[in-house]
Design a protein around this ligand. Structure first.
Ligand code: PGA
Length: 249
């Protein structure tokens, strides 16, 4: 049985005061949830603050990005070792906003996945097609290319040390969620791609869905056989809403 996992991606939102309120609310609202792992990914400058707020709770810490390098003269970059040092367990890799706004190629994303593993972090690899690509009927080709680039870099066995999030670009922050059938169909395709290379990796790796997950559509998405939880953006900023999504898993 794969554990259900819900990760909140705060993106570039927060302040010291807002974080404290949000995390305290989340701790109170999720105290009775069992059987579902919960993680949150605040912006870099607040990792230490949020780590302190989460001390003694089961909620896990993650970051939204990392450098593909280990250390040195890379102004403005943050290494996996630093994130590990700050108590992070997860790190998002290849989020569509990184790919589209900051030019991260499949090769860079693969390097970042490898860097995260090297630092003892669990990379959450994000893959997903744009609306145009879906219309062209190349969804499977796109997600296969994105995933295979990482498999080619780290080897199939080490994929099991990460998590994969299917996030259709057209569903991120748009309010337009993939239907449970659409999401399940792609999750199944991802698992089949893994299975052709290693059956046990395919069976064990957690596949999350992301893209406009809300309290009112989470349960039906998470009920799909190949969906093991969610990566939540906007709805993770409200403690009560995020907790309600966590309860749906
Ligand atoms: P959203 O974002 O839930 O706001 O659509 C998801 C994500 O970007 O991970």
């Amino acid at each position: 049985m794969r554990e259900q996992l819900i990760i909140g991606n705060w993106k570039m939102n927060g302040s010291g005061a807002a974080n404290a309120e949000r995390v305290q609310g989340l701790i109170a609202e999720t105290a009775h949830i069992s059987g579902t792992a919960i993680g949150i990914c605040p912006p870099f400058p607040y990792l230490a603050q949020v780590r302190g707020l989460l001390a003694g709770t089961a909620i896990r810490l993650g970051a939204q990005n990392l450098s593909d390098r280990t250390e040195g003269a890379y102004t403005g970059e943050v290494s996996g070792a630093m994130l590990h040092d700050l108590g992070c367990r997860y790190v998002l890799v290849g989020h569509s906003e990184r790919r589209s706004l900051y030019g991260e190629s499949d090769a860079v994303v693969a390097d970042k996945f490898a860097a995260a593993l090297g630092a003892g972090l669990t990379p959450v690899l994000c893959v997903g097609e744009t609306g145009e690509e879906r219309q062209e009927g190349i969804t499977h080709a796109v997600i296969s290319r994105q995933l295979q680039a990482v498999i080619d870099k780290v080897g199939i066995a080490r994929i099991a040390k990460g998590v994969i999030a299917y996030e259709p670009v057209w569903a991120i922050g748009t309010g337009e969620t993939a239907s449970p059938e659409q999401a399940q169909e792609v999750h199944q395709a991802l698992r089949l791609l893994l299975a052709t290379q290693d059956r046990s990796v395919a069976d064990s790796v957690q596949l999350l869905y992301g893209g406009s997950v809300r309290a009112d559509n989470a349960a039906v998405l998470f009920a799909q056989p190949d969906i093991d939880g969610g990566l939540i953006g906007g709805a993770s900023l409200n403690a009560a809403t995020f907790a309600s999504i966590c309860r749906s898993a």
